[in-house]
Design a protein around this ligand. Structure first.
Ligand code: SF4
Ligand code: SF4
Length: 222
């Protein structure tokens, strides 16, 4: 008796599953079909905003990106897809600051896991939905993300060029320095000559000693 009950129970479940499946098939059967005429419809093609096609740095209207070259995205990337190089720049206050030099991204090895985007502390990265990335060689998939020229106020943090010295002023400074050196040399030569001539003359100590001796030998006139 129980086996007959199990039989009809299983039959009912199977029938229900069949009807559910046929319902989905029937719905799709009457749904209007869409065939994308790509690439003819490239201008009107809609790609979902969340589609991950290519990593890029976010730029504002002035061309600034927010990357501070901390290297967190590079450390978190499981494939070594990101390679950063940095440079040190001198600030106007004399301090040094590390800045991004090159942000290299290899689209060919990216798994689009988005770890780099979610762990960036500056919210400096995003994925574009530009899906047309086909190229003929893999090396063309390696891209520099900071490809834009640095804005002027970023460049201002580089050391200011030293003002050029006026050639006339430079010549005057040189002439003054040479005249001063010649004067010092002449004074030294004169002092050396005077020192060489000194032994021929009687020294003041000798003169006072001979005068005292003469006074001793002369009788006192009293
Ligand atoms: S993109 Fe973000 S995580 Fe990567 S180096 Fe720049 S600031 Fe750091
Ligand atoms: S999406 Fe993933 S694999 Fe691609 S660069 Fe970012 S962390 Fe690396």
């Amino acid at each position: 008796m129980s086996s007959i009950k199990e039989y009809f129970s299983g039959f009912g479940q199977g029938l229900k599953s069949l009807v559910t499946g046929m319902g989905v098939t029937g719905k799709e059967f009457v749904t209007p079909k869409i065939t994308e005429q790509y690439p003819e419809n490239r201008e009107t093609l809609h790609i979902a905003d969340r589609f991950r096609a290519e990593l890029t740095l976010k730029y504002d209207a002035e061309g600034h990106h927010k990357c501070i070259a901390c290297g967190i995205c590079q450390m978190n990337c499981p494939n070594g897809t990101i390679e950063l190089t940095t440079k040190m720049v001198d600030l106007p206050d004399g301090k040094k600051k590390r800045k991004l030099d090159k942000y290299m991204y290899d689209l060919g090895s990216c798994t689009f896991c988005m770890l780099c985007v979610t762990t960036c502390p500056q919210d400096a990265l995003e994925f574009t939905n530009d899906f047309e990335q086909a190229v003929f060689t893999r090396d063309k998939l390696v891209m520099q993300l900071n490809y834009r020229p640095e804005p002027a106020d970023d460049v201002a943090s580089a050391p200011a060029p030293k003002p050029a010295i006026d050639p006339e002023k430079l010549a005057q400074i040189k002439a003054e320095a040479m005249a001063k050196a010649a004067k010092i040399k002449a004074e030294r030569e004169a002092a050396a000559k005077a020192a060489a001539a000194q032994p021929a003359a009687e020294s003041p100590a000798d003169a006072s000693a001979s005068q005292a001796s003469e006074e001793k030998q002369q009788p006192k006139a009293e």
